[in-house]
Design a protein. Sequence first.
Length: 294
Amino acid sequence: MVEPQAGYPLARLTTVRTGGAAEHFAAAGTEQELLELLRWARERSLAVHAVGSGSNLLVADGGVRGLVVKLAGDLARIEADAAGGLRCGGGARLPAIAAAAARLGLGGIEFAVNIPGTVGGAVAMNANAYDGVLAEVLEWVEIATHDGLSRRVPVELGFAYRSSQIAPGEVVVRALFRLSPARPEDVRAVLAGMRERRHEAQPKGIRTFGSTFKNPQGGEGTAGELLAAAGVAELRFGGARFSRKHANFVENTGGASTADILALLAAGRQRVRERFGIELEPEVQLLGDASFPW
């Protein structure tokens, strides 16, 4: 069995670079390694948490109790499926899947090029971008618990806007995406256009995570538009501030803590409530003993 490491610093596994250490941490490269780790945790009554690319994650400054698992090796592989699609490990990154689909002449998952996460997190969050929704191209997922592996189809996952019913301790091991034949050059052109749109609209080259708040569903405007109109650009807590380029992104300008970021989110959310009467709901996920301060 892979031997878990004690006190592993989790900030290095997040794109915003904040947070404390994992009580126990291990990378699993095969199904067998993952199942052994899950049973190891059960024997010690430890909670299990899976992390991917850390692009939508805030880790508590005090760290995370239990076992934190990252999928690697075979569990991050991308393979063509004989029936026409891609079979991807839970640790496979979405932009790499979009690129692989283009090489193989498969269309339908181009939107994934602008989702900087892994399959596991994207399925758990029913990720969407640029009019594409992961649930619409998902055929099935394999999920691991300490009891073993099981396969589920989308109707069994309780998908809703940016959410699913995948429970804590359940780890997405693999997914099959059913795609359509397409000319590789056409898919590559779509990917290039989507990358350009993202670079024009979103900050890059900085320490941040994905969208901070979910977009309201009542047509009042996007979360970024509401935050900008509420004047959040002037807010700053420690090294944390809202991006000048896209107000729904938070930047760690240097030395920010997770507590700084949570205080910033609370202040920005309050301004939107006071000006528009809208309660923004967080999209970023918390790991460890941290909570949203509202």
